[in-house]
Design a protein around this ligand. Structure first.
Ligand SMILES: [Zn+2]
Length: 168
């Protein structure tokens, strides 16, 4: 199917287009090859449901350094691609687990089954400034796109984050 088949009309509505800017974020995102692969396979295994999880790593002046990703249960069983709800117990468990490690929680990823890797108004409502929000588009069970977004409180929009892979 052509890609447009996977872009429901709401993604082209003014309400959705307001949610993100084309202007790239100032900081970049550095992600290991393993972390990208894990994030993609979590999204594919969860298809056709929407899945979500945490990014572990650190943040410095250059941006987000993602070292690993961890799936968290999605409490929202509605499979609409514009909603997810992280299980707070899963979040807390990881928070406790990494307390004495050199990594921290630096963002939240989720999948968009049969939808583009663009954020929705609901994604913006639930986003925290300072966190990075990758979205994995999975169409017909295959990863089509992964995009990384940073929410800005001042513009009330997501900005795309450039990705630099690293092998550490
Ligand atoms: Zn979403």
């Amino acid at each position: 199917m052509p890609l447009s088949e996977y872009e429901p009309a709401r993604f082209r509505s003014p309400e959705y287009k307001e949610v993100w800017s084309e202007q790239a974020a100032e900081q970049a995102c550095y992600i290991t090859a393993d972390a990208i692969e894990n994030m993609k396979s979590i999204a594919v295994l969860g298809y056709p449901n929407e899945v979500c999880g945490l990014l572990l790593g650190h943040i410095n002046q250059q941006g987000w350094h993602i070292l690993s990703v961890r799936q968290i249960a999605n409490l929202n069983t509605n499979r609409a691609a514009d909603r997810f709800e992280l299980d707070p117990k899963g979040y807390q468990a990881i928070d406790v687990e990494i307390r004495n490690s050199d990594v921290e929680i630096i963002g939240v990823f989720h999948s968009h089954p049969d939808c583009p890797a663009k954020p929705s108004p609901t994604d913006l409502d639930g986003a925290w400034e300072g966190f990075l929000y990758p979205i994995v588009s999975v169409c017909d069970g295959e990863v089509r796109d992964v995009r990384y977004w940073e929410p800005h409180d001042d513009t009330q929009q997501f900005h795309p984050v450039l990705v630099k892979e690293k092998n550490v």
